[in-house]
Design a protein around this ligand. Structure first.
Ligand code: IMP
Length: 181
């Protein structure tokens, strides 16, 4: 089995990346040391900087995942501020902001950053389209999963196995694996 270090403190991200990559013959090792998160309007530079910083600090090839929920009616908010909004407002307040809004389309985006020590970082982006649900549904997944409706069910209701077949993270990892091969 090939080993890969994933620098993240997010248990949900780690569980998904571990399961997705295990099915492709990789053992994913979590490292929770963290890295400085740039404040940018897009996710790619945040993931690229984090991967380069962490690989140089650890002296190992690493992956990182920077992700976010982009709600079209809110001009892409919370996007790169998704972690801050989840921590300080949470799903119920996001649903409040969306009250009375009929345009509920949204995109989940995941950017996998990869870097080897002394090398330049690469990024692999995956997206999935859905809609903001009218209420929180399902106990599976993490973060915004209970309010992200994908073809009639939230990611929270679908659970990891189904989510991991279609998610933004899966699509970003597929691109990374294609490049690796
Ligand atoms: P960051 O990537 O650490 O900047 O944080 C992204 C934010 O989006 C966090 O609040 C995550 O919980 C949330 N998030 C990222 N990916 C997912 C997902 O697959 N489902 C639900 N929430 C997610």
């Amino acid at each position: 089995m090939r080993k890969i270090v994933f620098v993240t403190g997010n248990k949900g991200k780690f569980r998904e990346v571990k399961d997705i990559l295990a099915s492709k013959g990789f053992e994913v090792v979590q490292n929770t040391d963290g890295y400085p998160e740039l404040q940018e309007d897009t996710l790619e530079p945040i993931a690229a900087y984090g991967a380069k910083w962490a690989s140089s600090k650890l002296g190992l090839p690493v992956i990182v995942d920077d992700s976010g929920l982009f709600i079209n009616a809110l001009n892409g908010f919370p996007g790169p501020y998704s972690a801050f909004v989840e921590k300080n407002l949470g799903n119920s307040r996001v649903l409040k902001v969306m009250e009375g809004e009929t345009e509920r389309s949204a995109v989940f985006k995941s950017v996998i950053g990869y870097c080897e020590p002394g090398g330049e970082p690469l990024t692999f982006t995956g997206t999935v389209k859905g809609n903001i649900a009218f209420e929180e549904l399902g106990a599976g997944g993490f973060g915004y999963d209970p309010i992200f409706d994908y073809n009639g069910k939230t990611f929270g209701e679908l659970g990891d196995e189904v989510k991991n077949k279609v998610s933004h993270r899966r699509r970003a990892l597929d691109k990374f694996l294609e490049w690796l091969e």
